[in-house]
Each structure stands twice: as C-alpha cells, then as structure tokens.
Ligand binder design. Structure first.
Ligand code: HEC
Length: 172
C-alpha cells in the first residue's frame, strides 16, 4: 500500500463525512425536530369525565334501550346464564370487578380484580373498554357520549337481582 492510496482513502472518508453532515444539516433545517405544541388529532369526548353530575340527570329508560340493543348481544341481563360471551350484568353496579367465578375473565380485566364497579369505574370502562383494560375481550369500541354512559349506568343499577349473581358465583 503506497502513500497515495492511503491518501485517497483519507480524502474519500473526509468527503463522505462532509456530504453526510450536509445532508443531516439540510434535513434538520427542513423538518424541524420539535414535538407539536398541540396533539395532531384529538378524540372529542374521549377523556374521562366525572360521571356523578351526569348521573343526576340520567334517564333509566334511555339507558335500558341502549343496554338491550347493545349490551344484551353478549351479556345476560337477568339470571346467571353462563353461556354468554360476557359475564352476567345483573347486580354488576357495585360488584367486585371480574368477580364471577363461573366466568373466565381476561388477564387484562383481572388486573382490576379487588376493585369495585363504582359509577365512575363503569363510566371509564364503558367509555373505552380497551383503554381501561388493554387486552380485554369485551370487543365494544365504547360509548363516547358521557350522558349516554350515565343513562346506561343508571339502568345497570336497576338490574339488582340477588339470585342471578349468586348463581353465576359473582361476589358483591
Ligand atoms: C361483543 C360482546 C360484548 C358487548 C356488546 C358488551 N360486552 Fe361487556 N363484556 C364482554 C366480555 C367478553 C366481557 C369480559 C371482559 C374480559 O374478561 O376482559 C365483558 C365484561 C363486562 C363488564 C365487567 C363485568 C365484571 O363482572 O367485572 C361490564 C360491567 C360490562 N361488560 C358491561 C357492558 C355494557 C354495559 C355493555 C353495553 C354498553 C357491554 N358490556 C357490551 C362482552 C361484551
């Protein structure tokens, strides 16, 4: 290897570095390297809101219509019918999360076991189940409208049914 050859290698290395530096500089100055001040998109209504004020105006009839139309596809509303995609909803308001021994919950929902279904918990869950418990098997996108969530929760309160949860082994 003679000196000229080494020279050439050195020169090409320096030139490559210079070109690279120019590219990086050009890229940085065209595309600013800063996070946007505001998120690029927002999902209206998809922030958890305190549900208590809305419960005061909740409409049980409207909630009942929604539950029968949407939730009853997968949930038994009365009785401890075990053959459903979801656990029985009778007595669910106030009950322990993932507490029906006759039902196999996802690991995602079992993470919340030990807590109870308060109105606020139900509201946050029903807003976006997959956000409340990522990996849940409840494949419902959610109820974006907080007033509609309050209606549904008000109706869930009417599904007392002591016998039903006992049959399905759900603990209050
Ligand atoms: C596509 C079927 C499906 C629909 C529709 C559905 N659910 Fe569910 N739900 C499930 C499944 C499955 C689970 C169990 C989730 C898990 O284990 O991750 C569940 C769990 C629940 C739980 C937790 C119960 C417990 O014992 O801890 C509540 C509360 C609930 N659903 C309420 C509702 C309400 C209210 C609606 C209607 C707005 C609804 N679900 C609609 C399938 C559904």
């Amino acid at each position: 290897m003679d000196g000229r050859f080494l020279n050439r290698i050195a020169v090409s290395a320096v030139l490559s570095a210079a070109v690279l530096a120019t590219c990086v500089f050009a890229a940085r100055s065209t595309v600013p390297d800063t996070a946007p001040a505001r998120p690029a998109f927002s999902l209206p209504g998809l922030e958890p809101v305190p549900i208590a004020p809305l419960m005061a105006q909740a409409n049980v009839q409207r909630g009942g219509a929604t539950v029968r139309q949407v939730c009853a596809q997968c949930h038994a509303l009365a009785g401890g019918a075990a053959e459903n995609a979801g656990p029985p909803l009778a007595g669910v308001a106030g009950r322990g999360v993932a507490s029906c021994t006759g039902y196999t919950y996802s690991a995602a929902l079992r993470q919340h076991a030990g807590q109870h279904w308060t109105d606020q918990m139900l509201a946050d869950w029903l807003m976006a189940p997959a956000r409340f418990a990522p990996g849940t098997r409840m494949s419902l996108t959610g109820i974006p409208d907080p007033a509609q969530r309050a209606d549904v929760i008000a109706f869930l309160h009417t599904l007392g049914g002591q016998a039903a949860p006992a049959q399905a082994g759900c603990t209050p």
